[in-house]
Design a protein. Structure first.
Length: 131
């Protein structure tokens, strides 16, 4: 049961990292297309760098967990003997994912704020121009 549980956990964590890397790539494209001189855009770039750093750290911990677990499963005669030290790597990966998610939430909030500000500015310019 433990081996099967670990395989399921591995596949889920793997999918989460895969999806978050795709989100990062899309955000890089969208933010890079914005006016880089804008203060909010620069802040978004910094947040995106922090997000990527957390993903890299989490991915590294997850990879250590996977490698160690695979070695233990091959070397042990029973699943109950599998080294629990690798759980620490999984816990660290989970913590980095939580931190990355927090950064992502703040980044998306700032991204929406940027476009709301641009829309208000556009409406103000339009009102002034038609007055």
């Amino acid at each position: 049961i433990r081996v099967i549980t670990n395989k399921i956990l591995n596949s889920r964590f793997g999918m989460v990292f895969e999806k978050l890397w795709k989100v990062s790539e899309k955000l890089h494209d969208k933010i890079d297309a914005l006016n880089q001189g804008d203060k909010l855009v620069q802040e978004m770039q910094n947040m995106l760098k922090k997000f990527d750093e957390k993903l890299k750290l989490g991915q590294a911990e997850y990879d250590k967990y996977k490698e160690g677990l695979a070695i233990d499963i091959k070397n042990k005669s029973s699943a109950s003997e599998i080294n629990k030290d690798y759980k620490d790597h999984l816990d660290k990966a989970h913590e980095y994912l939580r931190e990355a998610y927090g950064i992502l939430k703040d980044l998306l909030k700032l991204y929406r704020e940027y476009f709301q500000e641009k829309t208000r500015s556009f409406h103000l310019e339009l009102t002034i121009a038609t007055a």
